[in-house]
Design a protein around this ligand. Sequence first.
Ligand code: DHB
Ligand code: FE
Length: 422
Amino acid sequence: MALKKPYEKVPGTRIFDAERSRQGYHLNMFCMSLMKAENRERFLADQRAYLDEWPLSEEQKQGVIDLDLNALMDTGGNIYFLAKIGATHGLSFQQMAGSMTGMTEEAYRAMMIAGGRSPEGVRLRDVAPTPEPSPSPTHAKVTASVFTSHVPAVGAAIDHGKTEEPYWKPMFDGYEFSKQWMKENTPDVIFLVYNDHATAFDLSMIPTFTIGTAARFEPADEGYGPRPVPVVEGDPVFASHLAQSLIQEDFDLTICNDMKVDHGLTVPLSLMFGQPQEWPCKIIPFAVNVVQYPVPSGRRCFALGQALRRAIESYDVPLNVQVWGTGGMSHQLQGPRAGLVNRAWDNAWLDKLIADPAGLSQMPHLEYVDEAGSEGIELVMWLIGRGAMSDLDGGPAPKVTHRFYHVPASNTGVGHLILENQ
Ligand code: DHB
Ligand code: FE
């Protein structure tokens, strides 16, 4: 079933949602450029020339020149962004709002002084109800979840042709089955849960959960140069659907239309797909803050995974979706305790992830840090992937298609699991 947009029926009103945001992305970004004095000057000197620097439709450019805010809203503009155009022309918000009503400036002002527009006759109750859309016979579904550590040195070993070296071979051997399985079970879309490692987000902004709604995500330069891996192709429409559905289930996601992706996302792709010219499916990046405390609890991640499953299944397109959880297992990258690996704890954690994820989701942060090292906290992200499996929605237990554990890769105990819905 598609998401409902009851707000579309409110008379004389446009709600700025992800669909409109996509349509108006460049228009709204052009508006933002007018927050700099030198850009305002250039714009006022030659509007057409300035507008031609932006990838806008002719309709949008004409709307800006005519200062036709209704037309600009129809092409994806948002009033707070469009207000920068009005401000550049010296208009007040009252003048801008009034310009959209068909009233003269004086009449609008007089109406506001007299108490504002009456809600009588301009509410939902005043328009004919629309019939409920019939449920779609098809929808997306979660077919499998994949879990893996994402050590940067593993990416470097792949990129520099070192996978056959004695240090690396035993670890890469554990992914041979997985690469073959991925060839036979390539999904349409991967919802890839990872953490950003001070790459796309620095300390100026620390979003807890971020969904990538862009069409493409370039590999980041983490200081060694960007990895020589393909650009990640996203799925803006599906990602926006998931964002809307999850936010409506009270998970307050950050929506990101422009970000680079680091080893947390690209190393798992390399492990599962090798070195293709292009990644064989679309990928929706989903970044979780595990860098600065407070980080989300395992319980929250697990509940998010369950909501994610519902969000995926409410999408009308019959996509085959995998949800991946990455990071971990035990590792500590800092201080005198660096190098901590807890093999027994890691394996018990895998057992519980398979058989008792609800119980595991109650594990407090302190246990991750204490038993699996400070960076072992990355494991909470795996609970999102596990929560998305069908057994948590009354289905049968997932099949354990592959399980692997190896020490060491750099500083880390590497864990890897493939679970398939039955
Ligand atoms: C290592 C592991 C990680 O998960 C990471 O993000 C960075 C480094 C490591 O083992 O070296
Ligand atoms: Fe990491």
